[in-house]
Ligand binder design. Structure first.
Ligand code: IVH
Length: 704
């Protein structure tokens, strides 16, 4: 290995760590973004060419790229406790009295911090490097999510050589959160895709952290704030505040909102001060945490079984307001779901003026006994979308009007249906109903689908309103209307050229994203990827039956039914043909993965339960790699039922009745060729690391 290359990797690593610190901790860019990206790209290339020199904490890890099938768990060295809650000034004064009594009137100070509304995280640093990230779990054991945590940009993978000396090994605790603007964007995107909205940034952060693909975690732009330092034995610091200062000096992000307070009055001032000011922060907060500053005094006060006696949280009440319900608007989404939205007299709430609030569905309107003209209570808690929580019945005007839920689509007049088990009424006229058609088009051009440059949601909506486009395939007829388009206000020749070029480029967008763009109900990004990888062409996919589809990894029964039904519709098949004429990709290009052997040819398998050595996906893949077939249901013709842990008793019973042999994971693996029998694919993953570049693909090295 050339020493020059190693030296270059080290120099790039150090430079990038430094630039990250400058950018994320000090809000300062030393070099332009492009120059930063170029350095990062160079490092990534060198690491790819010399994998032995790639370090686990390389700045390139920020972009993710590891896939974890199931997170291992680890025990917390110090249990992760929760905090007692208080809701009033009186509660806080009582806490102060308990503390002062416990300390027998000794002089003391508090530290007040904001309570960030995210997910608690325990980070271990060893010899200045981030070694492990573990979730809270049940307080004693949590999930090891180190690779996901490495994608959090403001979290140092390597500590700065600054500040007080530090132990070789220590723990930092803090909160991982999704910044509010990121949360807003994510929900907008989900709304455009017809996906359920995430209730609050906390759920969004916790969901993101559990994603198996760290590249997807990186895309969620999570951030971290540190709030505790823990080390073996007695802390090297006298006070919590000294430890916060040290954490900052070492490069860890500590929100600068904390303050020392000598009296409970000062604590209350802090509480009042942040009551409103917190809404100006880019992170959701739901209260204040008050901690005794001195570590010896903390020790003296000790713990109850659940929480420390030296700290408490004060929760701000959810901001509530009272205002008049003017009307209800019924919105029709991409999939035809009708959502009622309350239109309100404007009311200031949690830093914004609220004019609309969510009502979810018809059941909720009934449960609230809502009438037009009512004075309603509106709350904005951790949620970003305010909601109507009740009616002031005493103030109900005599002329209030009962709400008559529409029986017909407000947009196209088609009678609404409510499928069994669903909370929403739906307009079934998916091909004729204008808002549905428009939303489908917006979805088709969106970033995760065809991502057509020069054609955002707004423009495509405008084209639709003007009758210039009617569906996805008609987009590809737009170049023929270039002159007409250029006459439109705010369009011009340049924009048209860009749009035409964007359409041309979109013809290279891979089949899986085109499939996602079709907007088949329940076929999200991941399912589209799996289906495309499995069937490779749209013809093969269209020919599959629902049970066949359900046997593809990650495709459940409901998804399979929905996809199969979609391809039954002649109008949809016509759309596909017109898209083909338009030139979009309807098949995966490149080589299909070659089967490794035909050892399982002619055999069919059902996998059920949880497996020990491999994930179900991996086993399915393996079976297919060796010529076997997976099916979804147990029948007489089935060759084997592979039973994992927690398999339902009904499956076992059915297999036994039909005389289908039941085998375990080890027996299945024993049916495959042993290592060496087939040429082994080269790999540099160790068998103990359940990571691979492509989800669902297995290298020989990780198996045998
Ligand atoms: S200190 C012994 N400080 O609130 C517990 N917690 O119930 C020490 N949280 O989920 C926790 N901001 O993750 C502390 N500035 C802060 C915090 C904070 C948010 C979360 C924490 C935990 C919950 C405590």
């Amino acid at each position: 290995m050339s020493p020059d290359i190693e030296a270059r990797i080290i120099a790039l690593t150090e430079q990038l760590h430094h630039l990250n610190y400058q950018y994320y901790q000090l809000d300062h860019s030393e070099i332009p973004d492009q120059a930063f990206d170029a350095l990062l790209a160079e490092l990534a290339r060198l690491e790819a060419e010399h994998p032995a020199l790639a370090r686990p904490n390389s700045p390139t890890r920020r972009v993710g790229g590891t896939v974890t099938k199931q997170f291992p768990t680890a025990e917390h060295r110090y249990p992760m406790l929760s905090l007692g809650n208080t809701y009033s000034e009186t509660d806080l004064r009582e806490f102060d009295e308990r503390v002062r009594k416990g300390l027998e009137g000794a002089e003391m100070q508090y530290v007040c911090e904001l309570k960030f509304d995210g997910v608690a995280m325990s980070l271990t640093y060893e010899h200045d490097e981030l070694a492990q990230g573990v979730t809270r779990g049940d307080g004693t054991r949590g999930d090891v999510v180190t690779n996901n945590v490495r994608t959090i940009r403001n979290l140092p993978l390597h500590l700065r050589p600054a500040g007080p000396a530090r132990p070789a090994e220590f723990e930092v605790r803090g909160e991982i959160f999704m910044p509010l603007p990121v949360f807003g964007e994510l929900n907008e995107e989900r709304e455009a895709n017809g996906e359920a909205l995430l209730a609050n940034p906390r759920n969004a952060a916790s969901g993101a952290l559990k994603l198996q693909d760290s590249a997807q975690v990186a895309a969620r732009k999570l951030r971290f704030y540190a709030y505790s330092f823990l080390m073996p034995g007695r802390s090297q610091f006298e006070t919590h505040s000294a430890s916060l200062e040290a954490l900052s000096a070492w490069g860890l992000p500590v929100s600068d909102t904390w303050r020392r307070c000598a009296t409970i009055e000062q604590v209350l001032d802090f509480v009042h001060e942040w009551d409103k000011k917190r809404f100006g922060l880019p992170v959701a907060t739901d209260g204040i945490v008050i901690k005794v500053d001195d570590f010896r005094q903390q020790e003296l006060l000790g713990y109850t079984s659940k929480s420390p006696r030296w700290a408490i949280s004060f929760k701000y009440p959810a901001e509530a307001g009272r205002t008049r319900l003017q009307a209800i608007q019924y919105q029709v989404g991409r999939t035809g779901a009708v959502t009622p939205v309350a239109l309100l007299d404007p009311v200031p709430l949690a830093g914004t003026v609220v004019k609309r609030a969510s009502l979810h569905n018809a059941n909720q309107i009934a449960a609230l006994d809502l009438r037009l003209g009512d004075l309603v209570f509106v709350e904005k808690g951790g949620e970003i979308i305010p909601k109507v929580t009740g009616v002031d019945l005493e103030a109900r005007p005599a002329d209030s009007q009962p709400i008559v839920y529409p029986t017909e689509c407000p947009a196209c007049g088609t009678p609404l249906i409510r499928p069994e088990g669903e909370a929403h009424f739906r307009c079934p006229n998916d091909r004729g109903c204008p808002p549905q058609r428009k939303a489908k088009l917006e979805h088709f051009v969106s970033r995760k689908a065809l991502d057509i440059d020069g054609l955002g949601a707004e423009t495509v909506g405008r084209f639709f309103d003007l009758g210039l486009v009617t569906d996805a395939a008609s987009l590809y007829e737009l170049p023929a209307k270039a002159e007409e388009l250029a006459q439109l206000e705010r369009m011009g020749e340049k924009s048209v050229q860009r749009l035409v070029a964007g359409l041309e480029t979109s013809k290279q967008v891979p089949f899986d994203r085109v499939l996602f763009g079709l907007g088949i109900r329940y076929v999200g990004e991941t399912v589209a990827e799996k289906l495309a990888a499995h069937y490779r062409t749209i013809e093969a996919l269209a020919a599959a039956t629902a049970p066949e589809l359900a046997a593809v990894p990650e495709v459940g029964g409901v998804i399979a039914e929905s996809a199969a039904a979609w391809f039954q519709e002649p109008a949809n098949l016509d759309l596909v043909e017109r898209l083909r004429a338009g030139g979009v990709q309807l098949a995966l290009t490149g080589e299909a993965p070659q089967p490794q052997s035909d050892r399982l040819a002619g055999l069919t398998f059902v996998l059920s339960g949880v497996f020990e050595l491999h994930s179900r996906d991996e086993l399915q893949h393996l079976i297919q790699q060796h010529g076997g077939k997976i099916t979804g249901s147990i029948s007489k013709k089935l060759s084997f039922l592979v039973a994992g842990d927690k398999m339902g008793p009904a499956k076992r019973e059915k297999a036994t009745t039909l005389n289908v042999p039941i085998i375990g994971e080890t027996e299945l693996l024993a049916m495959l060729p042993a290592a060496g029998e087939t040429p082994a694919a080269p790999t540099n993953e160790s068998p103990a690391t359940p990571t691979s570049q492509a989800p669902g693909t297995l290298t020989q090295g990780s198996l045998f």
